[in-house]
Design a protein around this ligand. Structure first.
Ligand SMILES: *Cc1c(COP(=O)(O)O)cnc(C)c1O
Length: 421
């Protein structure tokens, strides 16, 4: 459920007309809804209310500090995958003891930074990473609280580019070798073994793969405890999917997810950490864009927008579906259009043969479910300024990342001395 709706024939974000914001900010821009963010956080926190529970928002889905702070003010911690993300989370007011540090290969510098902050947990992904963390912690006189990210070899049944829990994926340590690796960790200085972690993929639309993986991890925790390890934290990762098509498949609800978690791993008495990203922010954001031209091709019509693949790469990268709706409703019968951006790539296509009410140059459209993996993956390809971000809160809005000027972008280039006269 989100707070983007229609009234008097126009799209609203909470109490504001999308067209009004577009007029003030210019297009394209991302627009997020505070109420939706808060609502999504509460759905999880209510579902786990009776448990020792921490939601660590996977900030890579949307790293704007205003978004992180909105969730942190509700009580969320952060799951980060780089020093940069950790810095953003700290600046947005997330306390270090609510930060878990994931990521396939943390560097020396990143480890030292995180150790200096005193974070809740490092999710270690390999033995070389473990050895390095032990060395750095020891040299700094610190102790790193760790979990291993276990690769449970489970098929998440999602898009291949966002499946992370199969044995062939680069993530985590194989569950078949986990006991051996924990035994090694327990002997290392500067390391405190405290948890088990997993994250099997993103945009999962069924509970079954989660359940299979959690069963495996629950068994592993019992084995590790029998081996003498104190396992008190169980980090289940993120990955719960969202409905991208209003009329399409409905992924499981957080409440059902929570019930399954309690049923499968509740008896272990661990602190439960979850790391949702997409579910918190995905449907809390839209990308608003303007039609530049309508072009009649040989046998199809193109709606050419001022947003492009560099602003929202999901359709070209993951074959992702986004609903695209006119900001002003019309009674005209929908017609099929290819909806594209102006970038010089055939992949710069948001939708092919999509039925939409006829539009003309200057009309606004909103791409829905664009709050996650949208702005964060944007680039300046084709020397297009990074798309700005706006946060709405009731009847007010604020620009939370401005559109850069051409000088901001082009001015970063430096001409070497030998090219100067
Ligand atoms: C990306 C990621 C998440 C969040 O995934 P969503 O599908 O957005 O919920 C959580 N944990 C880790 C380790 C991740 O890499």
């Amino acid at each position: 459920m989100d707070h983007f709706g229609f009234a008097q024939g126009e799209m609203y974000v909470e109490g504001l007309r999308v067209s009004e914001i577009a007029e003030a900010v210019g297009t394209p821009f991302y627009c997020y809804s505070t109420e939706t963010l808060v609502r999504h956080y509460k759905v999880f926190s209510d579902a786990f209310a009776q448990n020792d529970f921490l939601l660590c928002y996977a900030v890579k889905a949307n790293t704007n500090q205003a978004v992180i702070k909105t969730l942190a003010d509700q009580g969320a911690g952060a799951d980060v995958v780089s020093e940069g993300e950790m810095r953003r989370a700290l600046l947005a007011g997330v306390s270090p003891e609510k930060i878990v540090y994931s990521g396939v290969a943390k560097t020396e510098g990143e480890m030292a930074f995180a150790l200096g902050q005193g974070i809740l947990q490092f999710n270690v992904e390999s033995e070389p990473e473990l050895e390095q963390l032990s060395r750095i912690a020891t040299s700094l006189g610190k102790v790193a609280a760790i979990a291993f990210r276990i690769n449970p070899d489970v098929d998440a049944r999602t898009h291949a580019k966002i499946s992370t829990g199969k044995a062939e994926n680069k993530f985590g340590v194989p569950w078949t070798r986990a006991r051996e690796i924990y035994a090694r960790a327990a002997k290392l200085p500067g390391i405190k073994v405290q948890g088990v972690d997993l994250h099997i993929g993103s945009q999962l639309t069924e509970l079954a793969p989660f359940e299979e993986a959690f069963h495996r991890i629950g068994q592993l925790i019992e084995d590790l405890r029998a081996d003498g390890h104190e396992i008190s934290v169980l980090d289940l990762g993120g990955g719960l999917g969202i409905p991208y098509e209003q009329a399409g498949e409905q992924p499981p609800l957080p409440l059902d997810y929570a019930e399954m978690v309690k049923r499968v791993v509740g008896h272990l008495g661990c602190k439960i950490v979850i790391e949702p990203g997409r579910l918190l922010v995905g449907n809390a954001g839209i990308l608003v864009s303007k039609v530049i031209y309508v072009k009649e091709g040989e046998n199809r019509k193109f709606l050419i927008l001022d947003a492009a693949m560099n602003d929202l790469i999901r359709p070209s990268m993951y074959d992702a579906y986004h609903e695209i709706v006119p900001v002003v409703e019309s009674d005209a019968a929908p017609e099929p259009y290819d909806i594209v951006g102006p970038v010089c790539e055939t992949g710069d296509t948001f939708a092919r043969g999509r039925d939409i009410a006829p539009l003309k140059g200057g009309d606004l459209v909103a791409m829905r479910s664009a709050g996650a993996y949208g702005a964060v993956m944007a680039s300046t390809y084709n020397t297009r300024p990074l798309v700005p971000e706006v946060l709405v809160n009731g009847a007010e809005y604020a620009i939370i990342r401005p559109r850069p000027s051409y000088d901001d972008i082009i001015g970063l280039d430096q001409i070497p001395a030998w090219l100067k006269e």
